[in-house]
Design a binder for this molecule. Structure first.
Ligand code: PBG
Length: 319
């Protein structure tokens, strides 16, 4: 049954479709800006006008949606740019939602503070000399405010990626109180403290200025804890969950798939993309086959949808 493509196609168990791929977008201030990210070939910081063009290309390729990140003009210790009504992602959402050619794309807003804080942590920080602490509850209050602001600007889905405790419940309550009852929450329920986020921090200008994220993101050794995090987020009201990173954690995706019936996505993160791109640049791996195999492995592990920097390229192959 492997002899011809017709036979292989007939017995194929796992399929990729453009509609299950989500393309991340990094919005930046300005006009006509298309700034390449050196560690992520093919990925750019885009001003809103350029992002609209990019989104039109994504819609034409049949992608399922966009995941929006923002690089604010200014950062501060309260992450004002995350929740301001005229924040960069809020403005971007308004422009994207105005364009009816983009109706086929789900606009997903990442909810985190790290791109907007002067210190680059995902929450509010209190400092005492060279010691610091992430203030969970103060962070959750701002994250809930951010989710409401993004939903008001037009986000179809809000996606908290900060890993503070209790954020999903706080967001659900805040959204409902603001009459945003129809905005679903896609929780990055199982997010590991990973070295594979390295290139993203260049793209989003969000590297922590001191310390690291291990006091809020999960220890890569813990699969049972990942299940507890997902349980908790579903109890708090998460509608869908996102697993991250993907390739080094395929066993965690599989475990979650077997245990939960909620829609489940996985994020093929920046480092997974960049290491493949580096190998392509050296001619060490066949680009198209390696790209498709990496995405297929994530689907086979059980993800319904995949956030990936390869979304457009993969959709072209699938067309
Ligand atoms: C924000 C956030 C990060 C990523 C998605 N949302 C960075 C981080 O946690 O440091 C990483 C995505 C990627 O590497 O592609 N907290």
């Amino acid at each position: 049954m492997r002899r011809t493509e017709a036979l292989r196609s007939l017995v194929r168990e796992t399929h990729l479709t453009p509609g299950s791929l989500i393309n991340p977008i990094f919005l930046c201030p300005g006009e006509g800006v298309r700034k390449p990210i050196s560690s992520m070939p093919g990925v750019f910081n885009l001003s809103i006008d350029e992002a609209v063009k990019e989104a039109e290309a994504c819609a034409a390729l049949g992608l399922g949606g966009l995941l929006l990140f923002g690089l604010p003009a200014e950062k501060d210790d309260q992450a004002t740019g995350a929740w301001a009504a005229d924040g960069i992602v809020q403005q971007g959402l308004q422009a994207l939602k105005r364009n009816r050619k983009l109706d086929s794309l789900a606009m997903i807003a990442d909810v985190c503070l790290c791109e907007y804080t002067s210190h680059g942590h995902c929450g509010i920080v209190s400092r005492d000399g060279d010691r610091y602490e992430i203030e969970n509850d103060a962070s959750v209050a701002l994250l809930a405010k951010t989710a409401v602001s993004l939903a008001q600007a037009g986000a179809d889905i809000v996606a908290p990626s900060d890993m503070m405790d209790g954020r999903v419940e706080a967001m659900r309550t805040a959204l409902d109180d603001s009459k945003l009852v129809n905005t679903p929450i896609l929780s990055y329920a199982s997010k590991f403290a990973s070295a594979f986020y390295g290139p993203f921090r260049e793209a989003a200008d969000s590297a922590p200025q001191f310390g690291d994220r291990r006091s809020y993101q999960m220890d890569g050794a813990n699969i049972r804890e990942a299940m507890r995090e997902i349980d908790q987020d579903i109890i708090e009201g998460a509608d869908m969950i996102l697993m991250k990173p993907a390739m080094p954690y395929l066993d965690v995706i599989r475990a979650a798939r077997e245990r939960y019936d909620v829609p489940l996505g996985a994020y093929q993160v920046s480092g997974e993309y960049s290491m493949l791109q580096a190998a392509f640049a050296r001619g060490w791996l066949e680009p198209e086959r390696a790209m498709m195999e990496s995405l297929l492995s994530i689907r086979r592990a059980g993800a319904d949808f995949i956030v990936t920097y390869f979304a457009k390229e993969a959709a072209k192959v699938l067309a």
